[in-house]
Design a protein around this ligand. Structure first.
Ligand code: ZN
Length: 273
């Protein structure tokens, strides 16, 4: 049976301490939380970083420090965001790529985000893919709508990406595609061959639907405070590791082995193999 890859989306750009007081913010907190999530079964960490006041930033020095502290603790696969936060320029968002992380998110289309939106034009997508190729970074093609999966196919046709491709199917972002299993299945239907996928369900219910669908449909899982701050309805999660542990246990109960970082480097044919 296929091994289950679990990504921990540890901080995100939008979650605050007011939402959940256990949110890791500083590079040290992110590294400590990552290590706990790794011990609980995460083999990839998806990172955003913050200024000391908690606001989102793409500052390359803060990414450098965070990655260094994570590397001192474990060999978890590191995926940096290039989504950044609402209102950031493409150049600002691309900064962490110069550090050659193992992987990075690549948003495959402009998306509504509550009252705001995140801009991802077709030229930007090509620019991001080129930059990732230059630095040996594996993109995770984040799709928030069905049309984004078609655009990801078009990006693959440019030859800028290497197989196997990795999709992040993001469901339930306010203003984008709601999470229903039918919607996810349709996205998977449009995904090209030689692809792996991780389901990213937003909110407490979305996160749990993601775990169930990854098990049922043979994909990978993502959990963490970027996507969901609750352990159960009305009860805040104590830590990212608590969410990872539950997902890992559910996958194990369903017969999966949990992938290690070395497995992930193999499965995605990462340059850091
Ligand atoms: Zn993110």
């Amino acid at each position: 049976m296929k091994k289950m890859v679990i990504t921990c989306a540890i901080t995100g750009a939008e979650t605050t301490r007011e939402h959940n007081p256990n949110l890791p913010i500083s590079p040290q907190e992110i590294a400590d939380g990552t290590y706990d999530a790794y011990k609980a079964g995460a083999s990839i960490v998806h990172i955003h970083v913050r200024n000391p006041d908690g606001t989102p930033t793409q500052d390359v020095e803060i990414f450098r420090e965070t990655i260094k502290l994570i590397r001192e603790k474990c060999d978890i696969v590191i995926e940096t965001t290039t989504g950044g936060a609402v209102g950031m320029s493409p150049e600002e968002r691309l900064q962490p790529i110069q550090l050659s992380p193992d992987m990075a998110s690549l948003d495959c289309g402009t998306v509504n985000f509550g009252d705001e939106y995140i801009e991802n034009t077709w030229p930007m997508m090509q620019q991001f893919a080129e930059e990732m190729k230059k630095h040996g970074v594996k993109p995770t093609l984040e799709c928030f709508d069905l049309g984004h999966v078609y655009l990801a196919n078009k990006l693959i046709e440019t030859g800028l990406l290497e197989a196997p491709y990795h999709f992040g199917m993001v469901l339930n972002v306010p203003g984008a595609l709601p999470y229903t299993q039918d919607n996810l299945k349709y996205m998977l239907k449009v995904m090209p061959e030689n692809s792996e996928w991780t389901v990213v369900g937003i909110g407490g219910k979305g996160a749990m639907m993601g775990v169930a669908d990854a098990i049922e449909l043979g994909g990978f899982m993502r959990q963490g405070f970027e996507d969901n701050i609750y352990f159960e309805k009305g009860v805040l999660a104590d830590s990212n590791a608590q969410l990872i542990e539950r997902a890992a246990n559910m996958a194990k109960d369903a017969g999966y082995e949990i992938a290690t970082p070395a497995d992930v480097r193999e499965i995605f044919n990462l340059k850091s193999k």
